[in-house]
Design a protein around this ligand. Sequence first.
Ligand code: A3P
Length: 345
Amino acid sequence: MLFKQQALLRQKLFVLGSLAIGSLLYLVARVGSLDRLQPLCPIDGRFGPRGQDEIPLRALQFKRGLLHEFRKGNATKEQIRLHNLVQQLPKAIIIGVRKGGTRALLEMLNLHPAVVKASQEIHFFDNDENYAKGIEWYRKKMPFSYPHQITIEKSPAYFITEEVPERIYKMNSSIKLLIIVREPTTRAISDYTQVLEGKERKNKTYYKFEKLAIDPNTCEVNTKYKAVRTSIYTKHLERWLKYFPIEQFHIVDGDRLITEPLPELQLVEKFLNLPPRISQYNLYFNATRGFYCLRFNIVFNKCLAGSKGRIHPEVDTSVITKLHKFFHPFNQKFYQITGRTFNWP
Ligand code: A3P
């Protein structure tokens, strides 16, 4: 009898304990997300003084919850009107470079409460068919946001497409432009790896990187190979500079974004005139993935898809050396123009 009573008591204590731990975890999660939701400071001085435009923390959090629903496309017209939601043209665009870490940069910036990302690559400015649909079509592709937030989109093809600088200039001549770069040879191999994987998925064969990167007739670097051309950053940037002053660009170090993302993100916050809100808490290293992943709060975190961070094929060292030598003068010019120096060979 006594044994039975003790067992019952133990059971009750277990249930009460679980409830207490559950509540505690819930509270910590709430506090974690509240911490991220401090009222926002001005971007480009568009807001009034602190207090005037502030939304009380609870309301803001409630709104962010709703915003998440809206981003998923569940917004009714009434909800949009009630919460003053808008689809805004981007204030900043990640224009490239393909395989530079554009997705990681966009997702990490989206940790900032004042930033709303366009999840898909929209390809408005580089695709003639899309461009012909007009600016309203583009705006309608943007996620819902509060008027004080900024929308950011990324389409890495913009950087290398001839017509894009002029088209973006016509939309907004003072837009902020982000370019994330990696050591050019590594980027070219990453580019190749992505194409190779696509071929393999379709059971197709493909050339070795060496064969594409080196012209067999001259034994020189094959500048007709797109993966090589894309890595000549200075050539592309020079086209952009015909429309935008260098101050409107910010160069992100894609190699450092992999190993040490926070300082790179803090530089972007500064460039975008955003109050510093992304912290080390939002980024944690996942040893299994071998990359930093994102932590929104204690309950919600995510790593990038497996297609980011592929294993590159081994490339002949003489080809690597040739590419390093080839890119060297272009890199020097790139440092000179941008004022940002990298330890590239
Ligand atoms: P690799 O696949 O060559 O490693 P993009 O998004 O522009 O296609 O760039 C993809 C690259 O982003 C990947 O190239 C990867 O190295 C890099 N990257 C940077 N930060 C990352 C992160 N936190 N998680 C996964 N990949 C990241």
